[in-house]
Design a protein around this ligand. Sequence first.
Ligand SMILES: [Mg+2]
Length: 418
Amino acid sequence: MISELTTTQTLTDFYENMRLLHKIRTNILNSILNSESISIKDLISLERIKHAIEDIPKENGKYKLQSSQGADIFLELDYELGELKKDNIFLKYGHRALKKHMTKIHPNYLKEVDDGLNFLKKYEFEHFITDRDGTVSNYCGRYLSSIQSIYNALSLSEFSKTIQGRCLILTSAPLLNNGLKEVSIQPENEYILSGSKGREIIINGKNHTLPIKENEQQKLDELNQKISKLLNQQEFSVFRHIGSGYQQKFGQITLARQDKNNSIAQHKSLELKQNVLNIVDRIDPEKVYFGVEDTGQDLEIMLKVKSDDNQLKEFDKGHGLKFIMQELNENIDNRTVLICGDTASDVPMLKAAQELGAEVISVFVTEDEELKSSVKSICKQSYFVSSPDALIYMLFKYSKKQDSWNPLSLFLSLVNKL
Ligand SMILES: [Mg+2]
């Protein structure tokens, strides 16, 4: 496995290393979950990937790689390196050391976790439904390299054991083909994965999708063709590589116009937006098929659906949640359901679960006062934290009621193998 590691000069090398990282993290996670010794080769590989990323040449604080056309691409790699560091601390020294590290990164971390734990402890949850990015996972510069870290998967794994019913990750990213499944290392028997705002879901290894009408799919295909063509132009090609990139989802398209570090000049970002809006207008002049949402970083172009009052509405995570519950044949009436999210696009999940009769408890990762009041107006029993790290640790503590991860036994077993 060690020999598989490539030096990182091109974007292709980088993603090859990310693919390897996914494999190694999965191996290590499975060893821990099965109470087996971690392979020393995997630990060395993890270390080598970290060095391979750190060794990428830097220019003006950014990592420089070459695209397949030979153009320079500049990336920030905070997520990749930050999560490797956290995993390293966690595997070597355990939860207490990781907690110490987190308190250095996040002001108010301990208070948020303690208060949050007191909030969660009031309830026993039948089901757990959560968004991924920005909620139970830190934001990454690029979706494709947002490989789930080991401490994160273990914490979610422990929390899933406290849930009698379903644990569901409901994201707007695609499920397959460079989607949620490829960046997640969580065992599939613990969490059901669902992509494209709930239009796609894997149940017992089988892919279920909410059907799209033929004429709608044709319009979507046409839109994808035109956007691909736009991104093939040299001046716009960079948008494939920043933030969420270009994601052709089931029933939806996401195109990044900015990343979390604002690395694209504002005029360039707006120029792309205008070009995309013009394409949408040409394909759907009557605005019957598509709704466009601009999050400031991403342009989300969604197929519209008919809502209960027969109005055309953009497909949201509330529609997705109802479809999923139907596919799972799950009745959540009168059940206590924990729902977590971090943006306005997660709010419809609260409403949908309530409409299905659930008693909804929510935790949102946000410091946005407007979003907080919108969550509270729907769900009175809500709690807010400022980072996914705080939420993850709250969930872990809820499941353990203590800091019980003991790396000593792990390392003794590892040393015995040497
Ligand atoms: Mg999110």
